[in-house]
Ligand binder design. Structure first.
Ligand code: G3H
Ligand code: ZN
Length: 283
């Protein structure tokens, strides 16, 4: 919460990067260390299934100690109370309680249950709520997923955001403001800075989170931080970089069987993209 408040004061944001393997995590952490900035690393439910929640907690804590930089672990896009409980019990620092596919009242109800549990256990982790559909997959997509808002008429309405924040008591809100998960081949929609500012105003300044930052031009990403976004999520661009690096290293050196050699390219590719993105938030 201190880092969020600090970012908010400085009108900048903290980068949030998803990982699914130890190599991707290493690339993110090396980047944060190099530029000496705080970072949030996140695991969606699928990524958690692959990595393990207790395992993620252990390795991120070890990096935090060894690298001496603030690294926070987020349970990204958590869609049920059971998965939230699992992450809270494992000691995650923050959670995205994602009830965006649910009707408003059920979304509110799930978040309230998660916040109560988090407080009861004494962990009191940072809880983010989501309002508005922005797609579900961090992939390179042919078309915009149906239902994702591209005009202000369909983006998260400021009055609804206010009601949602008041009723849930969330620490942060992730709205739909023209953002979408994934890279759209023909180009991602344009982010509405005006809608970000209006939601910020209507909610009395609740910290906002921008999901789906892959495919958004760097200049626009820098601008959202000025408008009131305190955390920006990237995944697809990291996945693409990691995937391409692995293809090259395996095809260039077919006979290399030492994992720490052929995986190093993947670590470096993630490190470079994360460095570039995180530097957008330098004050
Ligand atoms: O929670 C994850 C992010 O919102 C990822 O979005 O794949 O478009 O970068 P992205
Ligand atoms: Zn997201």
């Amino acid at each position: 919460r201190d880092y969020i408040n600090e970012s908010s004061k400085n009108k900048t944001a903290i980068g949030h990067f998803n990982f699914a393997t130890a190599e991707m995590l290493r690339g993110i952490v090396e980047a944060a260390k190099e530029v000496n900035m705080p970072v949030i690393v996140g695991l969606s439910e699928g990524e958690r299934n692959f990595f393990g929640v207790r395992e993620a907690r252990a390795i991120v804590s070890a990096y935090r100690d060894d690298f001496g930089i603030p690294i926070f672990l987020n349970a990204d896009h958590t869609k049920s109370f059971e998965r939230a409980k699992e992450a809270i019990d494992a000691g995650f620092d923050a959670i995205v309680a994602d009830g965006s596919a649910l009707p408003f009242a059920e979304n509110v109800e799930m978040i309230k249950k998660i916040i109560s549990y988090s407080r009861e256990t004494g962990k009191n982790i940072v809880v983010e709520g989501e309002l508005g559909f922005i797609g579900t997959s961090s992939e390179v997509l042919e078309n915009l997923p149906p239902g994702v808002a591209v005009d202000e008429l369909n983006m998260t309405p400021p009055y609804e955001a206010e009601k949602f924040v008041r009723e849930t008591g969330v620490d942060m809100l992730a709205p739909s403001v023209g953002n979408v998960h994934g890279i759209i081949k023909s180009g991602n929609p344009v982010i509405s800075i005006k809608r970000i500012e209006d939601i910020k105003l209507s909610t009395g300044g609740v910290p906002l989170v921008l999901h789906g930052a892959s495919g958004i031009p760097d200049g626009d990403v820098a601008m959202v931080a000025k408008a009131g976004v305190v955390i920006v999520h990237f995944s697809t661009e990291i996945r693409v970089a990691f995937h391409q690096a692995l293809i090259s290293s395996l095809s260039e050196n077919h006979d290399e069987i030492s994992p720490y050699k052929y995986l190093r390219g993947g670590v470096n590719a993630v490190r470079e993209i994360v460095k570039k993105k995180i530097s957008l938030f330098k004050v």
